[in-house]
Design a protein around this ligand. Structure first.
Ligand SMILES: *Cc1c(COP(=O)(O)O)cnc(C)c1O
Length: 382
């Protein structure tokens, strides 16, 4: 087994794996499971700072994004798709698939979306959109968008928001009510550190009204969020819930909730990592807007992404990640989110990168491991 230092799926702690091995009841017929499901949903809502209802969906993170778009979009609806990364742009496909008219707002992918420029765009070019989609941390580049400012801004123009926070939640602060987010999408396999398999979505009153006042049917069963309407009262799920996945998710959420140091640790580690990359002379992909959950750096001259990833696996037993789309082969990604965000594993990763670059004939200006460690010490001492 490789040590996973990828930006999802991430390491899964033993107590989460064991929770998935618990004996199973019939989740369709046993009312204790309905309670367990609802409590887990309520726990997610609390942890994301919202009174809104959360639904856990039986499908990988992508299902949440598709379900949000499927449930809101009616044929012809104009939708603003904020794009400064691959997942950002990808929302346009879900919008068109369900008959909407996506309008891309594409900006530079090395910096976060600028709220002032977005506001100028809405004022000058119009703001007749049913909803807007945006990504908190766009994982292939590691860019972090300021949802705390962007979502209330969109809302002030009467635009609902769909936010993909799959790779940011619980590594970066996400306050759904404070940021007035209508549909927030999460997944199990990033900073939550449960295996892949589950998506969840928080649903605001405004989003619910928009779904209820549709004139046309949602062209999907599985991706229609309203199939859960009244499930608790009826003790009846729209499809059989993946009970072991949900047991695992609950244990992973408990791990996060029981650890008040989660967000500060992600911040220290993210900062220490980007500083170390900078000092070493390697080039960070982003100019600003670094997420504390993932660091993305460019493949230096004289070697390849493939060579680095292979040596990291074969010599050091550590799995890092390349990227995809236009970034494929150009950058490498270290995922320091969730259970990966521990100092020992990060030091080991940095030391392994030192060795790998040396072996591949790339000379660094300092040791990544030494620089990372001293940055961590400094961060801890305030
Ligand atoms: C991982 C991830 C998802 C979930 O999708 P997969 O690519 O299927 O893992 C959605 N959005 C973002 C930003 C992600 O990082």
């Amino acid at each position: 087994m490789y040590k996973l230092m990828t930006p999802g799926p991430t390491q899964v702690k033993e107590n989460v794996r064991l929770a998935r091995a618990l004996e199973c009841t019939n989740p369709d017929l046993d009312e204790t499971f309905v309670e367990f499901y609802k409590e887990t949903c309520e726990q997610i809502s609390r942890m994301l700072g919202t009174e809104n209802e959360t639904l856990i969906l039986g499908g990988e993170g992508i299902l949440g994004l598709e379900a949000a778009c499927a449930s809101l979009t009616e044929p012809g609806d104009p939708v603003l798709v904020l794009d400064n990364g691959l997942y950002g742009k990808g929302f346009a496909d879900f919008v068109s698939l369900y008959g909407g008219r996506p309008q891309l707002y594409t900006v530079d992918g090395r910096n976060p979306i600028d709220p002032q420029r977005l506001e100028a765009f809405l004022r000058e070019q119009g703001h007749n959109y049913k909803y807007a989609t945006l990504v908190h941390c766009d994982t292939p580049s590691g860019i972090l968008n300021d949802i705390k400012t962007l979502c209330p801004l969109l809302k002030s123009y009467g635009i609902l928001t769909v936010v993909d926070a799959v790779s940011s939640m619980f590594g970066e602060e996400v306050q759904v009510d404070g940021s007035q987010i209508d549909l927030l999408c999460g997944g199990s396999q990033k900073a939550v550190s449960a295996p892949p398999g589950l998506a969840f979505v928080t649903i605001s009153e405004d989003a619910r009204r928009a779904m209820e006042s549709r004139k046309t049917k949602v062209s999907s069963f599985y991706a229609n969020l309203r199939i859960f309407d009244g499930y608790y009262e009826a003790k009846w799920f729209p499809y059989t819930m993946p009970i072991s996945d949900i047991y695992g998710l609950r244990a992973a959420l408990d791990n996060i909730q029981g650890d008040p140091g989660v967000l500060p640790r992600h911040a220290q580690m993210g900062q220490a990592c980007i500083q170390a990359i900078r000092s070493s002379g390697l080039k960070l992909y982003l100019e600003s807007g670094f997420s504390n959950t993932v660091t993305v750096f460019e493949v230096p001259e004289g070697t390849t992404a493939e060579a680095i990833l292979t040596r990291m696996k074969e010599k050091h037993n550590i799995m890092l990640s390349g990227s995809f789309g236009s970034l494929a082969g150009r950058v490498l990604r270290i995922g320091h989110m969730g259970a990966n965000a521990n100092e020992a594993d990060m030091k080991e990763t940095m030391a392994a990168l030192d060795e790998t670059f040396e072996a591949l004939g790339v000379s660094l200006e300092c040791s990544l491991e030494k620089e990372f460690s001293s940055n961590m010490r400094r961060a801890r001492n305030g």
